[in-house]
Design a protein around this ligand. Structure first.
Ligand SMILES: C[S@@+](CC[C@H](N)C(=O)[O-])C[C@H]1O[C@@H](n2cnc3c(N)ncnc32)[C@H](O)[C@@H]1O
Length: 245
């Protein structure tokens, strides 16, 4: 059993710096999270808290969130728990593309998952069966097991727009299409005017591509992990954000 716990289809189970589990994916030659920041810390400080606290998403009645891509579920599951803990009473609909259904098996292998308060067993079973699960009474998760580029086309056709987009694909080296101008133009068109997109990438190439797509790009330093990026559709004044040039 122990051998199985430490690998899944040759992919390695790893404990990251903050003690939370993640995986190394040998097909993409990449880790699902920054080992140095820690999987949970990175999720909270780069993706979940900036929209909640800086962009005031807690004040909305309903939130549409696009989680690119589902991976080990950290962004989607932490969204549910953190909005619940903050007393958010509105509805949240999370849509998350994911090409690899095997991620559900990886999550099942976590010895201790960091989402106490969510019924992870039930949720994984529902995702396996229906690709959809109520994480909590008011928070729905729909994982679309398909290529994200097809999913985005469908979302554009359905004219769905998002308050928050988590851009959390593998790196440019592993998955370059997620970082090119066409993809950023699609993300721009899917984001509501007062919405926000988060990313761990602050590379010059990412910043330039995002600016070309029309975004205002800001550097955010939580002080808890490496700096990250926020992409907005208009200028934004906040003491925690520095415009990226
Ligand atoms: C960095 S991981 C996402 C981590 C995730 N956000 C989390 O919180 O655990 C990137 C994910 O993108 C998925 N992926 C790679 N190429 C894809 C594609 N073309 N369409 C959809 N998903 C893709 C991978 O299978 C992997 O699960």
């Amino acid at each position: 059993m122990d051998d199985f716990l430490f690998s899944c289809n040759q992919d390695k189970y790893i404990i990251s710096a903050d003690g939370t589990p993640t995986f190394y994916n040998h097909s993409f030659n990449a880790c699902y999270h920054s080992l140095r920041d820690g999987a949970l810390k990175e999720t909270l400080h780069k993706h979940i808290y900036p929209p909640m606290h800086i962009c005031k998403m807690l004040e909305k009645e309903t939130l549409y969130i696009l989680d690119i891509c589902f991976g080990l579920g950290y962004n989607s599951f932490c969204t549910a728990l953190e909005y619940y803990k903050a007393g958010f009473l509105g509805n949240i609909h999370i849509i998350s593309p994911e090409i690899d259904k095997g991620v559900l098996d990886k999550i099942s292998l976590f010895k201790a998952h960091p989402w106490q308060g969510l019924e992870i067993g039930r949720i994984l079973e529902e995702l396996r069966k229906d690709s959809c699960s109520m994480l909590l009474d008011n928070i729905k998760l729909e994982v679309i097991f398909d290529d994200a580029f097809n999913v985005l086309n469908t979302l554009k056709q359905r004219n769905i727009h998002f308050n928050v987009i988590y851009h959390d694909a593998f790196s440019r080296r592993s998955t370059p299409r997620f970082w090119d101008l066409d993809f950023f133009l699609d993300l721009y068109s899917l984001l509501l005017n007062d919405g926000v997109m988060t990313s761990y990438s602050l590379s010059k190439a990412t910043i330039n591509t995002a600016i070309k797509a029309g975004f205002f790009v800001y550097v955010y330093n939580s002080g808890f992990c490496q700096k990250s990026a926020l992409f907005l559709k208009s200028t934004f004044n906040d003491k925690n954000l520095i415009p990226a040039s």
